[in-house]
Design a protein around this ligand. Structure first.
Ligand code: FES
Length: 199
């Protein structure tokens, strides 16, 4: 987690809230595990990561079932930068927060004549590229909230803007609930503990 500094004067309910990730610039972000950091901004769990020269900030817990989306691998699906949730493999576009779907190939039958289904093995593995047919499709509306970022002039420190509380209230996104809830925090921590081998 990074030290954060909130904006100096209190914004109105409509205004963006500005957070400087004190001392965290792009170089330092790249040097962290997974080239990302997780932090809490105004009670909201947010992940900041760099991908192909662009800084993204998104709600850390997944909109679907509060899985640790922020810890997932970043992948380019066709030309769409995405993050893949480690729990159920859902894809989220990093630029818009939309769900990205692709049509899967028909299920795998061990016995074609009798249509015996081969269930997936556990733990589930990310589907391989040849598991899909057809192009990637954007969901059309954000399900995961993406936060605006920029770099502080002079220091290069990363700045994250959270939308105003009124804006969030009147234009909710599915990830809002988990991003500010204990269950989202729990899933991020469990994932982090496992990755560090401390379980
Ligand atoms: S929790 Fe199900 S896809 Fe993320």
């Amino acid at each position: 987690m990074s030290d954060t500094t909130a904006a100096s004067s209190a914004p109105s309910a409509q205004e963006e809230r500005r957070f400087i990730l004190g001392g965290l610039n792009v170089e330092q972000l790249r040097s962290l595990s997974g080239q990302r950091c997780h932090t809490v901004l105004d009670g909201r769990y947010v992940t900041i990561l760099e991908h192909r020269g662009r800084i993204y900030a998104l709600d850390s817990p997944c909109y679907h079932a509060a899985g640790p989306l922020g810890e997932g691998p970043v992948v380019d699906i066709e030309d769409i930068p995405c993050i893949r949730c480690p729990w159920h493999q859902f894809l989220v576009a990093l630029d818009t927060g939309e769900e990205i779907t692709r049509k899967a190939k028909p299920p795998n039958f061990t016995d074609d004549a009798n249509q015996v289904f081969q269930p997936p093995t556990y733990p589930m593995q990310p589907p391989s590229e040849d598991s899909f047919v057809g192009p990637a499709v954007r969901g059309g509306k954000a399900v995961q909230r993406i936060h605006r970022t920029e770099l502080e002039e002079g220091t290069g420190d990363i700045i994250v803007y959270l939308q105003g509380v009124d804006v969030i209230k009147h234009r909710p996104v599915r990830s809002d609930v988990n991003a500010c809830h204990q269950r989202g925090a729990m899933s991020m921590q469990i994932r982090d503990i496992k990755q560090r081998g401390l379980e």
